[in-house]
Design a protein. Sequence first.
Length: 162
Amino acid sequence: MWDSRVNGLVIPPTYGAFQANTIHELTELLGLDVGALSQTVKSYNSGLDADGSKRFDPTRLDGLSTREIIPPKSNWAQPLDQPPFYGVPMHPGITFTYMGVGIDKQARIRRTSGTLFRNLFAAGEIMSGNILSTGYLAGFGMTIRTVWGRIAGQEAGRHAIG
């Protein structure tokens, strides 16, 4: 979420952002709990460290922070109070697990004890740390998704039909 105060400073989201004139309207557009988000914005705004000695500067770490908010915001903390308000629905995802789950040649996931799950398979980024332990190669994610996705899919299919 952000407001008109910083709208031109935000990198535009790939699929656009929802826009509304109130936090309440934006919350409904995003499909979120109105009471919870209103309270979160209220807590955030009241937790701003506004001693007046620091000025907002988007070009450097400016120290404008929050207090008594977990996790704390350490720079560029601005109030959310200038309509219109903008928001983007976000969904969690795993990009890298760095030393992710262990697998065998059939893509079965290995337990910490070393035994294998007979019906749990992995492919792609979730197991990338086992192949590439440091750094990154361009296209690596697509490659392991394709190769190990095929293996995991075939093995899961074999398991499903018995």
